[in-house]
Write a protein that binds this ligand. Structure first.
Ligand SMILES: Cc1cc2nc3c(=O)[nH]c(=O)nc-3n(C[C@H](O)[C@H](O)[C@H](O)COP(=O)(O)O)c2cc1C
Length: 183
């Protein structure tokens, strides 16, 4: 975008971080992250089973709907995360949409390490993939495609079975967890 054009737009020039190109320097990259953080999302934990039989879980806010017919969803996984190779085409996985009281679950699966499932109640879903108890919704999927996207891969999932428990969701905004007012 031409930053010259912004000088006449007072609503675009009042604020802390304006008109920055994220590829220029660390300050601009931080401004990019902060701007992305203004997009309020829900929080999911993606679960699957690794080729060695280990249960895998990773917290992800990049989840979104993609297609209704066929039923497809997407999310992105960082290329430097240990779970990167655990979601290959044809693999089953579950999107666990976290509830407002599941911030501890979100934090547990946002850290690398062994025993991530210790103390987390689950049930085996399709093809034995762990479904986390107490969530708002679950989508049981299979990886349909993976597409490179910079330092992440976009994972496209075909949805085979859904559960909607109709609870209050956990939200993520500005680098912090929230819940809907009154819930
Ligand atoms: C709220 C929140 C959202 C996150 N969203 C993503 C995401 O969309 N994609 C991703 O790769 N990592 C995301 N992360 C970071 C991963 O959860 C974290 O790197 C985790 O350690 C990955 O699991 P692993 O280390 O076992 O691979 C998120 C973390 C938090 C707290």
């Amino acid at each position: 975008m031409n930053s010259e054009a912004l000088h006449t737009e007072s609503d675009l020039t009042i604020g802390g971080e304006v008109g920055l190109d994220p590829s220029v320097d660390d300050d601009a990259r931080l401004a990019f992250r902060n701007a992305l953080g203004q997009f309020c999302t829900g929080v999911t934990t993606m679960t699957t089973i690794a080729p060695d039989g280990e249960q895998v879980g990773i917290t992800a806010s990049s989840f979104n709907s993609l297609s209704l017919d066929p039923p497809l969803i997407l999310w992105s996984i960082a290329d430097d995360t240990p779970s990167f190779d655990c979601f290959t085409v044809g693999d089953p996985f579950v999107v666990n949409v976290l509830a407002a009281d599941q911030q501890p679950v979100a934090m547990k699966f946002a850290q690398s390490g062994p025993d991530k499932f210790a103390g987390v109640k689950t049930q085996p879903g399709l093809r034995g993939i762990p479904i986390i108890d107490g969530c708002v919704a679950h989508l049981e999927c299979e990886v349909e495609a993976r597409h490179p996207g910079g330092d992440h891969d976009i994972i496209v999932g075909r949805v085979h079975r859904v559960f909607n428990l109709r609870k209050a969701p956990l939200l993520f905004h500005g680098g912090a967890f929230h819940s809907l007012p009154g819930q």
